[in-house]
Design a protein around this ligand. Structure first.
Ligand SMILES: [Zn+2]
Length: 377
C-alpha cells in the first residue's frame, strides 16, 4: 500500500494507471535489441493532503540528455523578472538553487541581478526551486531540506507544472517515472503549511500549458509584517479556485486522464497507419521522455515511424525506450524532408518551424503528437 510522500498517510487511491512502461530516460543504444525492462506507471492521489504522486518507482534515474527548449529559457527570464519586480530578489541577497536534473538553472540570471549564490548547505535569503522538487521521492523531506536553508525573512520560490493544467489539457503523459509529485496549488500549500510556511504570492506562465511560480515565507514572518499582504493580487486564490473547478483533488477528474491517454494513443496509431498506407513519410521530432509512454501505448514501431530527430547530439545513435525507433540528428531529417513531422514537445513548435524552414518549403507540415484523438461512434 502506498504511503503519501508528503503527509505519510496511507489513505488514497490509484487514479491513473498506464500499465507497464519502460523507464522514460532509458535510451538504449540503437543496436540494443531489447526487450527493455518495464515497470508499473501509476498515479496515486493522497486522500488526506491531495498530493498526486507516483505510486511506486523502481527505476533508477539516468543522466538526462535533454536540451533546453528556448521556451524554457525565455520563461526563466520572465519569471526572474517578475519575482524581482515584486521585491523578492534584492541585490546582495544570498541565493540557493535546487535545480531540475533536466537543466535550466536560474543562477546566471540571478547573478546578473546582483544576488549571491551560496555553497551547498549554506543558509540563504532566497531558495529557488525550478522543477526540482518533483524529482524527490521523499517530498516532505525534500521540502524540509529546502526550507531549513532559509534564514530569517527568507523566501522560497518554487515553480511547478500545475495539476490543474494537467487535468484541464488532458496532459496524461506528464506522468513519468522519476517525477514523484504533481502539485495542485492546494496540495503544495498543504505541504508548506505542514512546515509552518504560507504563500506570499504567485505568478502564472504559459509554459507547458500552465506553469506556476509560487513564493512562500514563514507563517510567523508573514503574519508579523504589516507591510506584506499575502496574495495581494489574488493569484493564489485564483489558483485554488482553478483547482476546485477542474477537480484537482477529485479522483474521478484524474481518472478522466486515462480516457484521454487511450484516445490519444489510438488516434495516433490510426493516423500513422493511414499515412503509411497512403505512402506518406512521417518523422518524429523531440526524443523526449514524454513521448515514450505515448509511443508504447500506441504500439508505434519503426515501420510506421522510422526515426525521431532530436537536437541533442548525446541522443543520436540511441533508440527510443520500448519501441526501437532510432533517434537521429535534425540534419538527417532535413536532408530528406518528410511529408509530416510529428512533434513530441509542443513547446518547441515555433522554435523548430523557424529552425527548419525546409520542411514546410518542401510541402511538409508540423503536427503535435498529443493532438490526436480517436472519436468512437
Ligand atoms: Zn498526503
Amino acid at each position: 500500500m502506498p504511503t503519501c510522500r508528503a503527509c505519510r498517510h496511507t489513505n488514497g487511491q490509484i487514479v491513473l494507471d498506464l500499465g507497464e512502461q519502460p523507464a522514460c530516460d532509458y535510451f538504449p543504444r540503437g543496436d540494443d535489441p531489447g526487450p527493455d525492462p518495464v515497470y508499473p506507471l501509476q498515479m496515486w492521489l493522497c486522500g488526506r493532503c491531495a498530493l498526486a504522486q507516483l505510486a511506486a518507482d523502481p527505476t533508477v534515474p539516468r543522466e538526462p540528455r535533454a536540451t533546453e527548449p528556448a521556451a524554457l529559457v525565455a520563461q526563466a527570464a520572465d519569471a526572474v523578472g517578475r519575482a524581482a519586480a515584486a521585491g523578492l530578489l534584492p541585490v546582495g541577497a544570498r541565493v540557493a538553487e535546487y535545480g531540475s536534473p533536466h537543466g535550466g538553472s536560474w543562477l546566471p540570471l540571478l547573478r546578473d541581478r546582483g544576488l549571491v549564490p551560496v555553497a551547498n548547505g549554506e543558509s540563504a535569503d532566497v531558495v529557488v526551486d525550478c522543477f526540482g522538487l518533483m524529482h524527490a521521492a521523499d517530498q516532505h523531506g525534500a521540502l524540509a531540506g529546502r526550507l531549513a536553508r532559509l534564514g530569517a525573512g527568507g523566501v522560497l520560490l518554487v515553480q511547478y507544472h500545475s495539476l490543474a493544467t494537467i487535468i484541464e489539457h488532458g496532459q496524461w503523459n506528464a506522468l513519468r517515472h522519476g517525477h514523484y509529485a504533481y502539485y495542485s496549488t492546494e496540495s503544495l500549500l498543504a505541504m508548506l503549511a505542514a512546515q509552518a510556511f504560507r504563500a506570499l504570492t504567485a505568478w502564472r506562465f504559459d509554459l507547458y500549458g500552465g506553469t506556476v511560480l509560487l513564493a512562500a515565507a514563514r507563517d510567523a514572518e508573514v503574519s508579523a509584517a504589516a507591510s506584506t499582504t499575502p496574495d495581494r493580487d489574488g493569484i493564489v486564490a485564483d489558483l485554488l479556485a482553478e483547482d476546485a473547478r477542474v477537480g484537482a483533488a477529485d479522483p474521478d477528474a484524474l481518472r478522466g486522464l486515462a480516457d484521454r491517454a487511450r484516445a490519444t494513443a489510438a488516434g495516433l496509431a490510426d493516423w500513422l497507419a493511414a499515412e503509411r498506407d497512403a505512402g506518406r513519410r512521417v518523422i518524429g521530432y523531440g526524443a523526449a521522455s514524454r513521448a515514450v509512454a505515448l509511443l508504447c501505448m500506441a504500439g508505434v514501431d519503426r515501420r510506421s515511424l522510422p526515426a525521431i530527430a532530436d537536437a541533442s547530439p548525446a541522443k543520436h545513435g540511441l533508440r527510443m525506450p520500448g519501441t526501437g525507433i532510432p533517434v537521429v540528428s535534425p540534419a538527417q531529417m532535413s536532408a530528406s524532408p518528410p511529408d509530416s513531422v510529428l512533434l513530441f514537445v509542443s513547446d518547441l513548435r515555433s522554435e523548430v518551424k523557424a529552425a527548419f524552414p525546409e520542411i514546410e518549403a518542401a510541402g511538409g507540415r508540423w503536427l503535435d503528437a498529443d493532438s490526436f484523438t480517436r472519436v468512437r461512434g
